[in-house]
Design a protein around this ligand. Structure first.
Ligand code: FES
Ligand code: MG
Length: 583
């Protein structure tokens, strides 16, 4: 994009609005639209000649991360009205991470399709996307990228810090930690209940550097939120103000016709990836950003993550890679301060939703606490907060988060203990007779996009109980699953191709030697080619997981982890925003 293309373009005229074809023309159909809008209690002056703003709201009674969206949507509407727009709330499937089985990931593409089709089929001129809980963020944006109407994302914001008798608790991470302590007999049932009551104290998404904080930060750096929006805790009064400002902004974006295709670029995606790395973000960002980039027609590869990881320091000292939580990150200056600190690692001339460049939006922002947002000369880790592995066990790649693993496991050779699927693992992991020691390599297969199905967050396999009791807290684990961003440990994830489609993970047997070398980016199964060929010939494809419904469509079209797990037929670039199938 050249500089001149970034200048505000000529403002649209009311009759050029997409919604004009619903409301403005003189025919029977538009009479119907107007009379039915009157039925909802509006006067013509409420909407005539104004941008219709679709507010895609992923509120639900069963999504604790979005409980404040009932109020926030009113605040967004307030902004839209003030700026002279006509707000229309459109509820969309709420992907609730804690409740949805087998995994919200199965439904990410469903929400993406729903978002795209809501925007296509209704008189939307622009949209505000309300999300934050893990998959809602990529899903909403994937749909909006395909539709390519002016779009701004309103992030849910992290919840407050957890607390248990003065101990600061972090979402997810401390569930795993205290669950392990309970199983090891180090805390009581009463203690465990104290953790239950204190770990989630307000509305908002997980406040560790899980998928939610990772993706909302990445999307801010990509240019799709108001500056600073992703760091504001959900219950903070600034979050309400941000919602209203978002409503005002989108109306302007419609008049100025600033669309996702004006904002996305290889450089903008580099900024998003760099942000994920400097945040010490979730490995899930790899799958989601690749899927988002493909929707936007940008070729983002696994290898690009690895290249950027080698030069990007991890600055955000936030759990699970660090010590603090998102509330601390906000008080320390938030994402803008961190991006400002990254200097030349961020490409400053990328356009953002407010019509200014990312560089302009972060200029002058300062860090208030050097322990929470580290200086470049004292990072949490100097580089490699994520690593992409390849080898005969993962020909199309696998990922690991080295800072979350104990350093002695960064180079490790051990014998495989293989679990054929999740149920097999759950049934045997704590068996006192399981042939396993601290050097073993736990392998879980058939947990990928097709095998599980939906690629759930099963990649942080539990440490066998007998090893926990011996004091073991980390060991090498390998799977074709994902892992929660709030998890930690030496977990090799997203092995591609997955076992279910005959990837090499399907051929591993108990006792095989597996070698991991993170510095060399290698993951090898030490079994000869002839023996592997013999096993491959014996391998039989498992029966499909679904015979009907959405699951059958998912199985037919989902791509592997290295390609983002989108449906192949949705990966093409933006379609014409006008495609409604009728004039
Ligand atoms: Fe919603 Fe973690 S459960 S973000
Ligand atoms: Mg999560």
């Amino acid at each position: 994009m050249t500089d001149s293309e970034k200048q505000p373009r000529t403002r649209k005229k009311p009759e050029e609005l997409r919604s004009h074809r619903w409301y403005g023309v003189k025919d029977l159909r538009s009479f119907g639209h107007r009379s039915r809008t009157a039925q909802m209690g509006y006067d013509r002056s409420d909407y005539a000649g104004k941008p219709v703003i679709a507010i895609v709201n992923t509120w639900s009674d069963i999504n604790p991360c979005h409980t404040h969206f009932k109020q926030r949507v009113e605040e967004v509407k307030r902004g839209v009205w003030q700026a002279g727009g006509f707000p229309v709330e459109m509820p969309a499937m709420s992907l609730s991470e804690p409740f949805q089985k087998p995994t919200t990931m199965l439904y990410r593409n469903f929400l993406a399709m729903e978002t795209e089709e809501l925007l296509r089929s209704y008189p939307a001129d622009g949209c505000v996307l309300m999300g934050g809980c893990d998959k809602t963020t990529p899903a909403l944006l994937m749909g909006a990228f395909s539709m390519d109407l002016p779009t701004v994302f309103m992030p849910a914001g992290p919840m407050l810090r957890g607390d248990w008798g003065g101990v600061v608790l972090g979402s997810g991470s401390d569930s795993w930690k205290y669950w392990a302590e309970l199983r090891a007999g180090n805390i009581t049932e009463d203690d465990w209940q104290g953790v239950e009551q204190g770990i989630a104290r307000s509305a908002g998404h997980c406040m560790t550097m899980g998928t939610a904080s990772t993706l909302t930060g990445a999307v801010e750096a990509l240019g799709f939120t108001l500056p600073g929006a992703s760091s504001i805790p959900a219950p903070d009064s600034r979050h309400s103000a941000m919602a209203t400002l978002t409503g005002k902004l989108i109306v302007d974006m419609v008049w100025n016709d600033i669309k996702p295709s004006d904002i996305v670029s290889p450089e903008a995606f580099d900024n998003a990836v760099t942000t994920v790395l400097a945040l010490g973000g979730s490995t899930n960002a790899v799958v989601h950003l690749i899927a988002m980039a493909r929707r936007a027609g940008v070729d983002l590869t696994l290898d690009r993550f690895d290249e950027l990881a080698r030069r990007t320091p991890l600055l955000a000292n936030i759990r699970p890679s660090g010590q603090h939580l998102m509330e601390d990150f906000y008080y320390a200056g938030g994402l803008r301060a961190m991006l400002a600190r990254l200097g030349d690692l961020i490409q400053r001339d990328c356009l953002t939703v407010n019509g200014l460049t990312l560089g302009a939006n972060i200029a002058g922002f300062k860090v208030f606490d050097d322990d929470v947002i580290r200086p470049l000369d004292n990072p949490v880790v100097a580089s490699d907060s994520l690593a992409v592995l390849r080898g005969n066990l993962a020909p199309k790649g696998a990922v690991i988060k080295p800072p979350a693993a104990e350093p002695h496991l960064h180079r490790h050779t051990g014998k495989a203990v293989v679990f054929d699927d999740y149920n097999d693992m759950a049934a045997r992991i704590d068996d006192p007779n399981l042939d396993v020691d601290a050097n073993s390599v736990l392998v879980l297969r058939n947990a990928g996009p097709l095998g599980a199905p939906g690629m759930p967050e099963w990649g942080q396999l539990p440490i066998p109980k007998k090893l926990l009791q011996q004091g073991v807290r980390d060991m090498l684990r390998i799977s074709d699953a994902r892992m929660s961003g709030t998890s930690y440990g030496a977990c090799v994830l997203h092995v591609a191709p997955e076992a279910f489609v005959g990837g090499p993970l399907a051929l591993v047997r108990d006792g095989d030697v597996i070698e991991l070398d993170i510095p060399a980016r290698r993951l090898e199964l030490r079994v000869g080619e002839e023996e592997l060929a013999r096993r491959r010939a014996e391998w039989k494809a498992p029966p499909p997981r679904f015979e009907r419904g959405y699951g059958a469509m998912f199985s037919q079209f989902v791509s592997q982890a290295d390609e983002g797990c989108d449906f192949k037929f949705l990966e093409t670039g933006a379609t014409a925003a006008s495609a409604t199938g009728e004039p």
